[in-house]
Structure formats: C-alpha cells, structure tokens
Design a protein around this ligand. Structure first.
Ligand SMILES: NC(=O)c1ccc[n+]([C@@H]2O[C@H](COP(=O)([O-])OP(=O)(O)OC[C@H]3O[C@@H](n4cnc5c(N)ncnc54)[C@H](OP(=O)(O)O)[C@@H]3O)[C@@H](O)[C@H]2O)c1
Length: 351
C-alpha cells in the first residue's frame, strides 16, 4: 500500500478537485493539535499498474494513537515525516483492480491514511466480510479499537469471571468494547467517562454496574471506592498516569493494570509528565502493570473477529459510531478526541 501520487499542490479547504486530496503533517505538533498542524494538498489520482488495486476511501478513522506520531519522539511507531500523509485506517470500495483477489465494487479495509484514494498491491488490504454489519465497523468495533479491547482484556488483563473490572474512557471505542467483553466474561464492570450522557449509556444500555462521571467529581478516589466497594481486580486504562494513581489504592491482591492508552498524557510535554506516587500498592497487593500494542496479536485476529461478530449478532456487544461528514473535517474530528467531543468510534465519511 502506498501514499498515492507525486507533485502535490496546496489546496484551499473546500475547493473542488479532480485529483487525490490528502492531509499531510505540516509541522511537528506541540501540545493539543491544531488544524494548521495539517496541510491539505492535492496530488494526482494514482494510476494502478500490474497487480494493483485502486481504492476509493469512504470512511477514514481518527485515532488518539496518531498523536504519538506527530511529535518528534519515537513511540512504538516512528514519528511521521513532515509532508507525510497522516496515517489512519480506511474502508473503501475498489474502483479498478488488476489483482485477482479484489474486484470492482468490493468493500475493502486498509490503512491508506487521510487521503481520498489508495493504491495497493493487495498487501495490508482485506475484503470486508459480508456479516450484515455496516462496512465502517471493519475499522471500529471489528477493527483496531475492538481488537485492542479484546486482547488487552483477555490476554494482558487475564480477566476472570466474578472479578471487578474498571474501564476508563469507558464510552469510547476501545473502552465500551472492553467493558462489554468484561461483562460477557462474567465480571462486574464499572466505567469512568466524561459527562452524564456517556455514563447513562454505560449503565442503561451496556449493563455496566456503575459509571463515574470523572468531570463531576471533586474526589475521584472516593467515587471509585464507592463504586467498587470490594476493590478492583483489573484496571483497563485508556487515560494515563493520574488516573492509574487514583485507582492504585483500590487494587486487589494479584490485580492487573492494562496500560492501553494515555488520553490525558499524549499532549503533555515530557517535562510536565505526571508520575505515579501510589506504587507501594504494587508490593502489598502483588500487582502487575503491562502495556499492549494491538498489532502484536495479528495472527489471532481471526479468532477475535469470529467471536466478536457472534457477540454483536447475538446483541451482547453493542457499538456506537460517531460519524462526521466531509473529508475536510478530518483535522477537527481528530482534535475533538482530546476534548471528549466524540461519543463512540469516530470516523469521517467521505462524500
Ligand atoms: N495500545 C493499543 O494498541 C491501542 C490501540 C487503539 C487505541 N489505543 C488507545 O485507547 C484509548 C482509547 O482510544 P479510542 O480510539 O477508543 O478513543 P475514544 O476513547 O473513543 O476517544 C477518546 C476519549 O478519551 C477521553 N478523553 C480525552 N481527553 C481526556 C482526558 N484528558 N482525560 C480523560 N479522558 C479523556 C474522552 O472521553 P470522555 O468524554 O469520557 O473523557 C474521549 O472521547 C486511547 O488512549 C488510544 O490511544 C491503544
């Protein structure tokens, strides 16, 4: 799969086009991303060669993890180069194909990033299964967010029936899947989310035992203790160090902390990093804390897809999509993740 075309020209937002519009990194991001960190360009629409597939992107993801690649520090992935197309998961339709695995009109999931067209030799591209679900779910509940929840909880968290699971950013794409998988596995599940609408959804629609609106708490530790009177066996954390520190005193013996994401920390400069203070709990309660990268489980994706699709079909795993229309919306849709604007898996739909 490749970023398509050459010889870009700057494109005024909203202009009509006959090429391939794409957003590239305009400068290194410092703090909360801004729309002018990204530059809209138009490149020629790519021409497929022998064995290649041309894909028209229909849905493009915005992912918090992308923030880690916009600065100059290496995380688990290299920083993007200035001028490089912003990386993201995509779902689209095959426009033309010279590859026997794909035919025109097929819905395909790939990773073409923030651009209208993608060119591929077939590697990294898969036909979206006809499972009765909207194609966008291939980059949502059945994409990296859902897979992260599945492996983070069941492998890293090693959740067992009867345990108490606390999930943070619980109304988000990863968090809502993790909490529901926890329920399916027989855990008592408590969520932390921002605002009453998200908390109501967790308890009324998803069956969480309790949900804490962290923004409304003057004493988060007390609210967590009230919602988890017997303590917490597994913390599935999407938020960061201050959150983990607040939860540490409540962890039970042998507890596991899954470090999945760091929403509250991604935009902090290194010198303002928040540390953990309540680490004594690691000794007394024999705790473990482990991070994950979903891509490490790629060989096991088919099992997860099968199980999760079945749970969705049976009505046991619900998902929510937050669809924003218009290619030009990509930067603002991404930035909104860091203020809690999204409610569910945020994707941008192209006309
Ligand atoms: N390790 C992996 O392989 C992997 C893979 C995918 C995603 N992730 C991580 O998983 C986490 C969730 O990703 P997602 O795609 O499902 O996003 P998401 O949870 O759907 O969206 C982000 C949410 O984070 C919350 N948030 C934003 N700023 C916050 C802050 N300062 N403090 C607390 N919460 C804040 C907001 O919800 P509220 O309104 O509830 O605050 C916002 O809606 C991210 O940290 C992401 O990087 C990890």
């Amino acid at each position: 799969m490749s970023a398509a075309g050459t010889a870009p020209v700057p494109t005024p937002a909203g202009s009509s086009h006959a090429g391939n519009r794409r957003f590239v990194l305009a400068r290194r991001v410092d703090g909360l991303p801004r729309t002018d960190d990204f530059r809209l360009e138009t490149a020629p629409r790519p021409l497929p060669g022998e064995g290649q597939v041309l894909v028209r992107n229909r849905f493009i993801s915005v992912d918090p993890g992308t923030r880690g690649r916009l600065g100059d520090r290496e995380t688990y992935a290299q920083p993007l180069a200035l001028g490089e197309v912003i990386q993201a998961a995509t779902v689209g339709t095959v426009e033309t194909s010279a590859n026997p695995r794909f035919k025109p009109g097929d819905w395909v999931a790939g990773a073409f990033g923030w651009q209208e067209w993608g060119l591929s030799d077939g590697r990294g591209l898969r036909v979206v299964p006809s499972n009765g679900l909207p194609p966008s779910t291939a980059i949502g509940v059945l994409g990296i967010p859902g897979l992260t929840a599945y492996f983070g909880l069941l492998d890293v968290g090693a959740l067992k029936a009867g345990e108490t699971l606390l999930v943070t950013s619980a109304a988000g794409a990863v968090g809502s899947a993790a909490g529901q998988i926890g329920r399916i596995e027989g855990a008592r599940v408590v969520g932390v989310a921002g605002g009453p609408a998200k908390c109501d959804w967790l308890t009324r629609d998803l069956g969480f035992a309790a949900a804490i609106d962290y923004r409304a708490q003057s004493d988060l530790g007390a609210a967590l203790a009230a919602a988890c009177p017997e303590g917490i066996d597994v913390l599935f954390d999407n938020v960061g160090n201050a959150m983990i520190d607040a939860v540490l005193p409540l962890m039970k013996r042998g507890g596991r902390i899954v470090v999945c994401g760091q929403m509250a920390d991604y935009n902090r400069p290194a010198h303002e990093a928040v540390g953990l203070k309540n680490t004594r709990a690691f000794i007394g309660q024999r705790l473990t804390m482990r991070g994950l990268v979903a891509f490490d489980y790629v060989r096991q994706y088919p099992t997860a897809w099968e199980r999760m699709t079945q749970w969705i079909t049976e009505g046991r795993l619900a998902y929510r999509e937050d669809i924003i229309d218009g290619f030009e919306s990509l930067p603002q849709a991404f930035i909104g993740l860091f203020t809690g604007e999204n409610f569910g898996r945020r994707v941008v739909r192209l006309a």
